[in-house]
Write a protein of this length. Structure first.
Length: 305
């Protein structure tokens, strides 16, 4: 049996024939690498993307069963439209899309862009799709959830109005991803559902996220890091894939096994104390329901129950 410390790779993915997956942010980077691996193993994969033309161009290079559907996580109306259009079962939802260290801006609904896209958009999407989900939800977080400066959820100012800093906003959103996973798993277990919520992080992977950094200095540093230090997107997608197909407990967190969890084979990894606090996770869930208007009660008819 494959152990968590083995050099696990895409050839270890079990046959995915007959399974359906949705991958958000799937037209480049970690997203398209995840799509390629799942489709290559036999799954039907839906690329949920903001730019359909770019999504179709990406899908054209994938060997396997894929389709493209529009989803803008920075617009709750788009999230609702995507979920309302879903028919039938959904084995796997991969909440992969994200923005990183962008200049201060807002989503269509007025939320800080990184918190609104990375957390609230996926929060709403997951809960709206949950009646269809039969196996698991995998949400992509980051090692940045615990560095620098002990990230926290700024409940008194979630939009960071008047105190915005790109790295602070990104770290908050990635911490929110882990707290969301923790509370989602608690609610699923409490409801008697067999659906599992898991999280993963890619380590230091070379993707196009870094090219949108608000700081020219950080962009230059990340360019050098991407060129000389980072693993490629296919290696960066392995923790997500491991969480998506391995038999792991709910609320598991997967990352690379190398030094500092920067690169390496996927394994179970630890999270910060802030990301492990059930009281904060419940509070964030309540606030997220209020902000999005989407509640877990809407998902009470759980297919996986």
């Amino acid at each position: 049996m494959t152990t968590e410390r083995s050099k696990w790779n895409v050839t270890d993915i079990p046959d995915q024939s007959g399974r359906t997956a949705v991958v958000t942010g799937a037209n480049s980077g970690l997203g398209i690498a995840t799509v390629e691996a799942l489709a290559g193993a036999g799954a039907h994969v839906v690329l949920a993307v903001r730019d359909v033309k770019r999504g179709e161009a990406a899908a054209a290079g994938v060997h396997g069963s894929v389709e493209v559907r529009r989803l803008d996580l920075a617009d709750l109306a788009s999230v609702r439209e995507f979920a309302a259009g879903w028919r039938g079962g959904l084995d796997l939802l991969v909440n992969n899309a994200g923005v990183m260290n962008v200049p201060e801006s807002s989503t269509k609904d007025g939320f800080e862009m990184q918190f609104g896209t990375n957390h609230l958009g996926h929060f709403a999407l997951t809960n709206l799709l949950l009646p269809h989900i039969t196996d698991r939800v995998v949400t992509v977080s980051s090692g940045m959830h615990k560095t620098p400066g002990s990230p926290r959820i700024h409940f008194d100012n979630l939009n960071l109005t008047g105190e915005y800093a790109p790295v602070t906003a990104y770290s908050q959103s990635k911490l929110a991803n882990l707290l969301f996973t923790l509370e989602l798993q608690r609610r699923l277990a409490e409801s008697g559902s067999s659906v599992r919520a898991l999280a993963a992080h890619p380590g230091y992977a070379a993707t196009n996220l870094q090219s949108h950094d608000a700081s020219a200095l950080r962009r230059a540093f990340m360019w050098a890091g991407n060129r000389f230090m980072a693993q490629d997107s296919k290696a960066g997608a392995l923790p997500t894939l491991y969480a998506a197909v391995q038999d792991l407990p709910g609320a598991s967190y997967v990352g690379p096994d190398g030094l500092g969890e920067m690169r390496g084979a996927p394994t179970l990894v630890g999270r910060s104390a802030a990301a492990s606090d059930p009281a904060t996770a419940r509070r964030l869930w309540t606030v997220s329901e209020e902000l999005t208007g989407v509640t877990f009660s809407q998902s009470s008819a759980l297919t996986g129950a």
